[in-house]
Ligand binder design. Sequence first.
Ligand SMILES: C[S@@+](CC[C@H](N)C(=O)[O-])C[C@H]1O[C@@H](n2cnc3c(N)ncnc32)[C@H](O)[C@@H]1O
Length: 218
Amino acid sequence: MKNKIHKDSKVELSPVIAKHYDTIMNSITFGKYNRFIYQAVQDMDIQTDDQILDLGCGTGKNAMLMSGYLGEKGGITGMDVSPVMGKLFMEKHGKDSRFEFKQERIDIPFKLEKKYDTVLISFVIHGLPHEHRKNLIQNAYNHLKPGGKLMILDYAEFDMAEMPSHHRFIFKSVECRYAFDFIEKDWKSILSEYGFSDFQEKKYMKNYTRLLSATKKA
Ligand SMILES: C[S@@+](CC[C@H](N)C(=O)[O-])C[C@H]1O[C@@H](n2cnc3c(N)ncnc32)[C@H](O)[C@@H]1O
């Protein structure tokens, strides 16, 4: 793909892959992806009035699932660098005034007027160089209300050497080099350096993925 921000990243998707992202994910996981995302969103414990910032929101599928837990006063801001994802997000949610989309990079500093109860980062942060992950975490922190929650839905921490060989083969084939150091890091300790605490986690997909929740100090 031309004009990538980070040349080795695999979370920047080509327009064709972006357009069919949800179907591709469900096919390569033999139909397990839908159930996994549904469960993870349920585990986010979304409250009816929550304002949610979805960083690297993709097609708007996660936003659609999250909106099922929101009432009239809730809202979701999706942010993504891809115009294709923006179009898909707006096709799903454009008629609902509780949703908005911003086409922007999430891995460099940005400033929104609003503060949020929850910031979701789903399957983006593993695909960024570590210096840019730090910007992303700082962006999330800056846009949370005191007591607000950062939810990182992504790979869990695990040792590639201990994976069964067929799992290791798939992971190494589909993932970029940034993902290999993402799984080795102690994310609770990294997030605590930014002022997050009260970590909770739920694991899925044979413990290779997790929803990590961290609270900004009140
Ligand atoms: C693997 S997809 C995940 C999409 C969605 N969060 C989900 O879980 O279905 C990664 C998304 O991050 C977006 N993305 C990648 N790098 C980005 C960046 N630097 N700034 C903003 N969005 C980015 C891509 O356009 C893509 O929509």
